[in-house]
Design a protein around this ligand. Structure first.
Ligand code: BTN
Length: 247
């Protein structure tokens, strides 16, 4: 059960998530919110949260598994306003989650490019941003009070509970994430890049970079002014907007 009044009492945004829909179960919040948007049932800034997601989508066509009532599983929708939002949206989504977790659980999580939420090299959350017909759909899954994980991800996943041994209320956590997100929307790219780099767990280190069916040992040298990754390969810096990093 997700208590919307408790969420709203912690929310201090003007536009983001002032309208939130809560449904007990759905296939994928990204898909459902898009259907709602197409039916004019939700507008830019609106959000959708569920307790149980049965067909969660991860990046690169992966499945996203979450635990009923324990994970935070939600999406929100934003008009694709300009090139700047295009560059910012993924970075500020990640930073807002880091901020929200810090505020509620006093836990320092980190980001793995492009936008995995990590704690000591285990994944705690993920972000799937889809761009369709003039809107961004930002879908976020965070392992909050999850106790155990499927065998296939047991060694790679963690939750706030598995780290702190304390239950965390999902309602204020979600509000803190939106509060930070809206605040970050007002920042310029150089501030955002600086903040993102300060919470990245592989800045200036050698990583295995997967791109176009190749794996390259390369140095992750941070982000450029547009938020794209700077990867140093044999001392030459190249810019990438997609790829996978293996630590
Ligand atoms: C990743 O692969 O790291 C991204 C995972 C994103 C999962 C979230 S859960 C809420 C939203 N609905 C989905 O179907 N996926 C995203």
């Amino acid at each position: 059960m997700f208590f919307v009044p408790l969420f709203l009492s912690n929310l201090n945004t003007k536009k983001i998530a002032r309208k939130i829909e809560y449904i007990r179960t759905t296939g994928s919040t990204n898909k459902t919110i898009y259907d709602m948007w197409q039916n004019n049932e939700i507008h830019s800034g609106g959000a959708l949260i569920t307790d149980q997601q049965t067909e969660g989508k991860g990046r690169r066509g992966n499945q996203w598994i979450s635990s009923t009532n324990k994970s935070l599983t939600f999406s929100f929708i934003l008009n694709d306003e300009d090139e700047v939002l295009n560059n910012k949206i993924s970075l500020i989504s990640g930073i807002a989650i880091i901020d929200g977790i810090k505020k509620i659980a006093n836990l320092d999580c980190q980001l793995k490019w492009p936008n995995d939420i990590m704690y000591k090299n285990k994944k705690l959350g993920g972000i799937l941003i889809e761009k369709k017909e003039g809107v961004f759909i930002v879908g976020i899954g965070i392992n909050v009070n999850d106790l155990d994980f499927e065998e296939s991800i047991q060694n790679k996943a963690c939750s706030i509970y598995s780290i702190t041994s304390r239950n965390t209320q999902r309602e204020p956590l979600l509000a803190f994430i939106f509060n930070s997100f809206e605040n970050l929307l007002t920042k310029n790219m150089s501030e955002i890049v600086k903040k993102w780099e300060s919470v990245c767990n592989h800045i200036n280190t050698f990583v295995k970079f997967h791109h176009s069916n190749q794996i390259i040992e390369a140095e992750f040298a941070g982000l450029n002014k547009d938020g794209k990754a700077k990867i140093k390969i044999n001392n030459t810096e190249k810019i990438f907007h997609s790829g996978i990093i293996e630590l």
